[in-house]
Ligand binder design. Structure first.
Ligand code: F6R
Length: 609
């Protein structure tokens, strides 16, 4: 989704801002732009398309002497992707420039009010009201920051905003509400960004802005105020943990291929220091501060979106089976509008790779005043969800750049298995076997990934189909849901998943020779049941690709094609089956010559509702 980058310092501002925008490209966008200010000279260059296509215009006309710049990548919400709708936006007289992520919900009222006052609007965006509103207040206020704050107070919705003023080439003004904004502390310079990825090649020292905070960012200092409390706030910069190298493509053609390949080390990183075979210890430092509260928890509600939601469904099975605590998993977008009973002995557990998903944040906010324990399973360190939860367990998967989530799913499921073990306090019969198996999984996953060529051949064979069904039972059911999501979001093939037991209740009607099924049939208690479903599909001429456990003979007799995973515990099979489906979706997409890392209409971090 939209990205913000800004620089104020001693060097030319264009380079760090363009580099920052490029680092944010993975989030998905349709247009880009930059405004520079130097000695009251302002210059905006913006257009539809990739950051790369801005460069010729910047090389030719850009103000390389400017030491201040703000830039933006836009993912259209209000108004089509176009040069006019691209950010930065300016006020009618062209002195105030704004980049904005999020949605201003009351923009129509503000726009109508400003129009009556003579302001002219050129774009269809909600953002354009912001520079004009600041201008409106500036008429009566003595300084820009006061006008900026008054304007921000009028805005409803979600926003991260960076504004600059032609008459003040030494300051960037920023504000946030429900949309991330980080300030980077450099050598004689400061950076602002909507995602630390944009600035981590320049500095690892950052200050995260909180909701309702505004700041004036100058070359050598940052002044932060809390708009609600009306007080100045200050806080120490913190160190970013992520290693920049892990966010580089290296030898790979696509980030998705790299991130799938990182699966084994992802499971390892999510377990490092947490699982100890000697003594059978599960140590989750992030939950220790709430250990006493956890003893009184008799229900857990998991909230998440997309892939994280499917990881949550695996988590539901794991926590219920291993720890014996009832779990419900809710789509964050539904949860926030529901009116369900909620007692204090319920804990809310938010799962998010980015830690910035608007719906998941809203779900956490909804229970803010309930006095319930709010937990997080988050990948992005220091992100909004990581900071707004009472306690949690980081995924440690490193930056995930491809829009489609892959390694984050593995990290989330690993962490959820660890949470299940932790909550069981060693009482479950599954405690030792699961702990032991988690430590062996990285090597088992390596043998799955070694079959990439075979999976690619299957992808080539099946890429022309228009529809796909994914089925599974037990732990294989949420895995099937995730497999179907991967295929549809990347290859644009219609794919949907069903619990295999549901086939006779409707989906079987779809099956014919043109409608293939991806059947997840690993060894376990439910093997025979799923095999019967596959039999019914074959009886109706449906092509079947199966995932089965190595050594199994019965699946191969039925299915057209089989990929084998090593024997493992049912509870952890998702960690071996999902990568097979990730690779399948990856290769189908590559052979359909589509953009694997940036599927159409999607964004990496969904920061609006
Ligand atoms: C799918 C995908 C999305 C995300 C979802 C939640 O491949 O990546 O479905 O899982 O947008 O994002 P996070 O985990 O960042 O909250």
């Amino acid at each position: 989704m939209c990205g913000i980058v800004g620089y104020i310092g001693n060097s030319s501002a264009i380079t760090p801002v363009i580099e920052g925008l490029e680092a944010l490209e993975y989030r998905g966008y349709d247009s880009a732009g930059i405004t520079t200010i130097s000695d009251k000279k302002t210059l905006t260059i913006k257009q539809i398309g990739r950051v790369d296509s801005l460069k010729p215009a910047i090389d030719q006309d850009g103000d390389k002497t400017a030491k201040l710049a703000i830039g933006h990548t836009r993912w259209a919400t209000h108004g089509v992707p176009s040069n006019t709708n691209a950010h930065p936006h300016q006020n009618t007289s062209g002195t105030i420039f704004v980049v904005h992520n999020g949605i201003i919900e009351n923009y129509q009222t503000l726009r109508a009010m400003l129009k009556k006052d003579g302001y002219k609007f050129v774009s269809e965006t909600d953002t354009e009201v912001i520079p004009n509103l600041i201008d409106y207040f500036l008429k009566a206020e003595k300084d820009f920051f006061s006008a900026f704050k008054l304007a921000i107070k009028e805005l409803e919705g979600a926003y991260a905003i960076a504004a600059v003023y032609a008459n003040d080439p030494d300051s960037i003004f920023v504000a946030r509400l429900s949309s991330p904004l980080v300030i980077g502390v450099g050598e004689s310079a400061h950076y602002v960004a909507s995602d630390a990825t944009a600035i981590m090649q320049h500095t690892k020292k950052v200050v995260y802005l909180n909701d309702y905070e505004v700041a004036v960012v100058k070359k050598a200092k940052v002044h932060i105020e809390d708009l609600r409390a009306n007080i100045n706030t200050s806080r120490e910069a913190q160190e970013l943990e992520h290693d920049l190298e892990t966010a580089e493509l290296g030898q790979y053609e696509h980030f998705m291929a790299k991130e799938i390949d990182e699966g084994p080390q992802t499971i390892q990183s999510a377990s490092r220091g947490r699982l100890r075979l000697d003594g059978n210890i599960v140590k989750l430092g992030g939950l220790e501060s709430v250990e006493a509260q956890l003893k009184y928890i008799d229900r857990i509600v998991i909230v998440a979106c997309g892939t994280s939601y499917y990881a949550g469904l695996v988590g539901e099975y794991l926590i219920e089976e291993i720890a014996g605590i009832p779990v419900e998993v809710e789509l964050a977008s539904e949860f926030k509008y529901r009116h369900e009973p909620f007692s204090r002995s319920t804990a809310l557990l938010a799962i998010s790779q980015s830690g910035e998903t608007a719906d998941t944040i809203a779900a956490l906010k909804k229970v803010e005043d309930y006095g319930v324990l709010r937990l997080g399973v988050v990948n992005a360190v220091g992100s909004t969800i990581a900071r707004m939860t009472d306690a949690g367990v980081y995924c440690h998967a490193g930056p995930e750049r491809s829009v489609a989530s892959t390694k984050a799913f593995l990290a989330q499921v690993t962490v959820l298995a660890e949470i299940a073990l932790y909550l069981s306090q060693g009482r479950s019969l599954l405690y030792k076997p699961v702990l032991k198996e988690l430590l062996q999984l990285p090597d088992k996953l390596k043998t799955v990934l070694e079959q990439a060529e075979k999976i690619e051949a299957l992808a080539k064979k099946y890429r022309h189909y228009r529809d796909f069904l994914y089925i599974g039972r037990g732990y294989a059911y949420p895995s099937a849901l995730e497999g179907a999501l991967k295929l549809k979001e990347l290859s644009y093939i219609h794919a949907e998943a069903f619990a295999a037991g549901e086939m006779k209740h409707g989906p079987l009607a779809l099956i014919d020779e043109h409608f293939p099924t991806f059947a997840l049939i690993p060894d376990g208690d439910l093997l025979e049941k799923t095999l019967s479903n596959v039999q019914e599909i074959k009886a109706r001429s449906g092509p079947v690709i199966a995932i089965a456990t190595k050594g199994n003979k019965s699946v191969a007799r039925l299915a057209d094609d089989v990929i084998y995973i090593p024997p493992s515990l049912e509870q952890l099979q998702p960690l071996l089956m999902v990568p097979v489906m990730q690779l399948f979706a990856y290769y189908v997409t590559v052979h359909k010559q589509l953009d694997v890392d940036k599927p159409r209409n999607l964004a990496k971090s969904v920061t609006v509702e």
